[in-house]
Each structure stands twice: as C-alpha cells, then as structure tokens.
Unconditional design. Structure first.
Length: 184
C-alpha cells in the first residue's frame, strides 16, 4: 500500500470521529434535560462528622430521660422517620430480612440475633440486648457505635427524630418493652 491509501484510511477514520462528535453535541443540545426539583436519594451527613478532625472523638451526647420523653413522643413523626429505615429493614411481624434484619420487636432483643440474617463480625461480637440507650446512640452514628458494622446509614442527627423513632419501634412488638425507670 502506498501513502495515498494510508491517507485515505486516516481521513476516513478522522472524518467518522468528527461526524460522531458533531452528532453527539447536537443531540446533547437538543435533548438537554433539566435538573430534578428534588434529588432521588439524599444522604444525611451528620454535621459533627464534617467538622471533626481525623483523630478527635465526638462529644458524648447526654441521654434523655426515656421514662419522660417516650410517652410524650410523636408516634406519627416516628413512623415517618421509620420510612427511611424501610429501605433496608422490614418492620412487620414475621417479615423478611432485607439488606438489614427485620426490626419487629428490636427493643430488648439481643443484638445480632434475628434468625436468618448474616450479621457482620463487629455486630456479632456482642449479644447484649438493644436497650433504649444503645439504640439511641446507635441511630445517631452506627459506624461510631459499632465500628465495622455493615450498616452504611449515616445516622439521625436530631435527637427528637431518634426519640420519636424509638417510641414508634416500641409499638412494633406483641409486648412493648417496658420504659426504664425515671432518672433522678
């Protein structure tokens, strides 16, 4: 093959690439889609995590008096907050495991004990029961409370959201867990 043939081949390839690029730019200009008004999935990032330095531990949050705050909690708001949980957890009695275990009767249940779910080693390391205190702290920052957990949820920053969710989770049981004694 002489150089004339190679020039024709190179010209054909370059012409094709140029043609495809022009068509792509035109198609993109014609079919420009607007940004959605509401994002499809928003990830809550705790404000403390964004402002912390690498080695600093988060400040311990005082635990509420569950005997006083749970009876006054907003169950409807707790149910709304629980809708976020339902992406990964089933809340119905006898319901299936999803990405996370079923949450029916979770308060008072030993940690990492729901049958048929494959828990992470970090979660399985302890079988202490889920108390109000432990769930309250875990829902704020799962990765901080159980380092190595498979749960990738960033957590609920608002203590009121967590209180309302605990009150709602308490109703998801045949026999709701008793309230702890009031703090003095």
């Amino acid at each position: 093959m002489d150089s004339w043939e190679w020039n024709k081949i190179a010209g054909a390839v370059l012409g094709t690439v140029l043609f495809v690029l022009v068509i792509m730019f035109i198609a993109e200009a014609i079919t420009k889609s607007p940004l959605p008004a509401k994002p499809g999935y928003a990830v809550d990032v705790p404000e403390e995590a964004a402002t912390q330095t690498a080695g600093a531990a988060p400040a311990a949050e005082p635990l509420p008096d569950f005997a006083a705050v749970l009876p006054a909690a907003d169950l409807n708001h707790g149910k709304e907050v629980a809708a976020r949980c339902q992406q990964c957890h089933d809340l119905s009695k006898g319901g299936p495991n999803k990405i996370g275990p079923n949450m029916w009767g979770v308060i008072g249940r030993p940690r990492a004990s729901f049958p048929g779910f494959s828990y992470s080693g970090a979660m399985s390391a302890s079988h202490d029961p889920w108390t109000y205190d432990k769930l309250f702290a875990y829902m704020k920052s799962p990765q901080t409370e159980v380092p190595g957990t498979k749960m990738s949820f960033a957590g609920l920053r608002s203590s009121q959201d967590r209180i309302d969710l605990l009150a709602y989770l308490r109703t998801l049981s045949d026999v709701p867990a008793p309230l702890p004694p009031p703090k003095k």
